[in-house]
Design a protein around this ligand. Sequence first.
Ligand SMILES: Nc1nc2c(ncn2[C@@H]2O[C@H](COP(=O)(O)OP(=O)(O)O)[C@@H](O)[C@H]2O)c(=O)[nH]1
Ligand SMILES: [Mg+2]
Length: 217
Amino acid sequence: MSENKEIEIMQSVYDKNDEVAARINSELTQSGIYAINVMGAPGAGKTTSLIQIVKRLNDVTPYVIEGDIEADFDTKTLQALGIKAIQINTGGACHLDSPLIGKAVEDLGIKNGVLFIENIGNLVCPAEFMIGEHAKMLISTVTEGSDKPYKYPLAFEKADIILLNKCDLIPYIDFDEDFFMKGVRALNKTAPVIKVSGKTEEGFDKVVSWIMDKLNA
Ligand SMILES: Nc1nc2c(ncn2[C@@H]2O[C@H](COP(=O)(O)OP(=O)(O)O)[C@@H](O)[C@H]2O)c(=O)[nH]1
Ligand SMILES: [Mg+2]
């Protein structure tokens, strides 16, 4: 009995979140914004990748919403590069939700461009909550190990594009790319997996070309 009740409450939390997410998504679309929910573990290189992507966007205006439990280092870094960015601090919550994004989108006042939403560093909860995005970008890294698709399936299953970051470090570690890709493809047949490095900058031209295709579609 008590177990049933718990499931019902969670369902209504998800329903409410998804309802707001759908509204944000349609408002963003009407404003000419393509929104990408950027997910990955703490330190996977979410902010580093955003910097690499943004500097290749040319004529497209980037906007960033930074999600962190505490602090605003990433927002300050992006603002110092001239990027329109604002911070959300969840004060403990392990993921962003759509009411938080609705308020941030209003505050940003954006039109025509790409909105990147850097989610809280976490491979679990962010994948469960829609936040008004058009696509989910998952950043996984070679230093996390090749077993992550098997251990955190939902994030890999839901991703529309997967960046495999820190490829500059492959010579120094025991990353098994075949095992990683087998795990990814068992969950997700279609998302492109792009090998990148925030250090050597390899791969980011391909990522930007995927984004531009989506934007123009
Ligand atoms: N070697 C290497 N380090 C990276 C790469 N990408 C990010 N880093 C480093 O990893 C750390 C975390 O990066 P950050 O972008 O802040 O990760 P976030 O927490 O996911 O936003 C920083 O010290 C980065 O310089 C990469 O491709 N290769
Ligand atoms: Mg960051």
